[in-house]
Design a protein around this ligand. Structure first.
Ligand SMILES: Cc1cc2nc3c(=O)[nH]c(=O)nc-3n(C[C@H](O)[C@H](O)[C@H](O)COP(=O)(O)OP(=O)(O)OC[C@H]3O[C@@H](n4cnc5c(N)ncnc54)[C@H](O)[C@@H]3O)c2cc1C
Length: 414
């Protein structure tokens, strides 16, 4: 049996940032990783993916982007390289190839079972990621067996798809990126768009993430957000990591020839039924985008930047084809592949502790797990601020969680 003060589970950027914070506080610890460092980026992302956050924003405690393209967007390979370098930079005590199968409370703190090994620690930080599994609606099993089904975790490139039409369900960042890529391969694509977040790539000459940061939106704290549950489940913005295409919104996809339909309701007798509220859904997304742009304009005015920045303007509303079909017969041969781009969820099935709600999500207060002193979680959307959803959010989050963990250990010591 191995004993240490703290164990971090997961060597993605969040676990490594936490390791750095623990080292700063001289807290003896180990990081357990089932694969290699940055395993999710190595094994669960499609190769053409680029971060939708600009390079200058990919920062971690003790690390800033120092390359030649601060306004560029990292491809997956560069994300892997960055996180791997970071692990070395902070000297994280990572044990790779160690899958944690069980975590339970013990009189001394916690017991972790990893294969045949038993490890004990007084505190544990779960940094196993928010996107371990695809979130697929229950009705997915009604897709006819003749159709190939994929998720963003199994999708690699259009070459793996059979010939024929593709139905992409979900129009957030993943859905629009994959719909565009598959469409470029020559396959007819239908995109089912439910609630989505529309944002322009750039506005008034600045990247949208510059605006999200400058206006203070990303810094909004979890305990000051009116509807926190909603904020934590908000779809990712319709953005791609490229400044050339400027916007990959529904208008662009429609213009390119992608057919947009409403939210998938259910599949009955092989027929996919789509909501008739597509126009309303798009109008709402346009309204919310314009609301944010107004906030951005107001911030620019109060900050005295109006003369420095190009003038304020608005983008064309989303055009919805009134002939957009409400049904699609999946058994007709028109659709050969269904791709579920309906989001992701974390996998905590291995936790032997009553810390999850009925949906399987961990109950926590800003990363401090409820009802389990000494147990923490990192890397979840809006964990402590809206920035927590993104890589750079791990900096402040890990500092706060490490501070709490340190106090917990000190109080136990006394
Ligand atoms: C498609 C996609 C695009 C994204 N794009 C961006 C973006 O543009 N910008 C941005 O800032 N963020 C982006 N994110 C969000 C965010 O950066 C990721 O969710 C990020 O990977 C979370 O980091 P993490 O360290 O918390 O988890 P991960 O990177 O998932 O790391 C968790 C680690 O834990 C390990 N692990 C899991 N379970 C166990 C276990 N039982 N035992 C041992 N090890 C385990 C995994 O192998 C993994 O290495 C994106 C996410 C996705 C899915």
């Amino acid at each position: 049996m191995m004993q240490t003060t703290a164990i971090v589970v997961g060597a993605g950027h969040a676990g490594l940032a936490m390791s750095r914070r623990l080292t700063e506080r001289s807290i003896d610890h180990v990081v357990l990783e089932r694969g290699e460092v940055a395993n999710s980026w190595r094994t669960q992302r499609w190769p053409s993916l680029r971060l939708l956050t600009p390079n200058w924003q990919t920062r971690l405690p003790g690390h800033h982007y120092a390359g030649d393209h601060p306004d560029g967007f990292m491809p997956v390979a560069d994300v892997v390289a960055t996180i791997t370098r970071y692990a070395r930079l902070v000297g994280a005590p990572v044990r790779t190839g160690v899958t944690v199968h069980a975590l339970r409370a013990s009189p001394q703190g916690f017991e972790i079972r990893a294969g045949d090994d038993l490890l004990c620690a007084r505190a544990v930080v779960l940094a196993t990621g928010a996107c371990n599994l695809p979130a697929i609606p229950a009705g997915a099993c009604a897709v006819p067996a003749s159709i190939t089904t994929l998720t963003p975790l199994t999708y690699r490139d259009p070459g793996q798809l059979p010939d024929g039409g593709v139905l992409v369900i979900g129009a957030s960042a993943t859905g629009i990126q994959l719909a565009a890529e598959i469409h470029r391969s020559g396959r007819p694509v239908t995109l089912a768009a439910g609630e989505h977040v529309r944002l322009p790539r750039t506005y008034r000459g600045r990247d949208i993430f510059w605006w999200l940061q400058a206006t203070g939106l990303l810094a909004e704290r979890y305990d000051q957000i009116d509807d926190l549950i909603r904020a934590r489940h908000l779809p990712s913005p319709q953005l791609t990591g490229t400044s050339q295409a400027a916007i990959t919104d529904l208008n662009r996809l429609t213009a390119a020839g992608v057919r947009i339909v409403g939210r998938l309701g259910r599949i009955a007798d092989g027929v996919a039924q789509f909501s008739g509220s597509l126009a309303n859904t798009c109008a709402l997304a346009d309204l919310k985008m314009n609301r944010f742009l107004t906030r951005a304009d107001e911030w620019a005015t109060t900050s005295g930047l109006d003369d420095e920045l190009p003038p304020s303007h608005r983008f064309a509303p989303t055009r919805v084809d009134p002939r957009s079909p409400l049904e699609l017969n999946l058994a007709s041969g028109e659709i050969a592949t269904v791709l579920w781009a309906t989001g992701f969820r974390p996998d905590y099935s291995w936790l032997d502790m009553p810390v999850r709600d009925r949906t399987g999500r961990i109950r926590h207060d800003g990363g401090v797990v409820t009802g389990a002193p000494g147990l923490y979680v990192l890397g979840l959307p809006v964990l402590r601020t809206r920035a927590s959803t993104y890589i750079h959010g791990a900096g402040a989050d890990s500092a706060a969680v490490a501070g709490h963990l340190h106090s917990f250990l000190s109080s136990r010591h006394r």
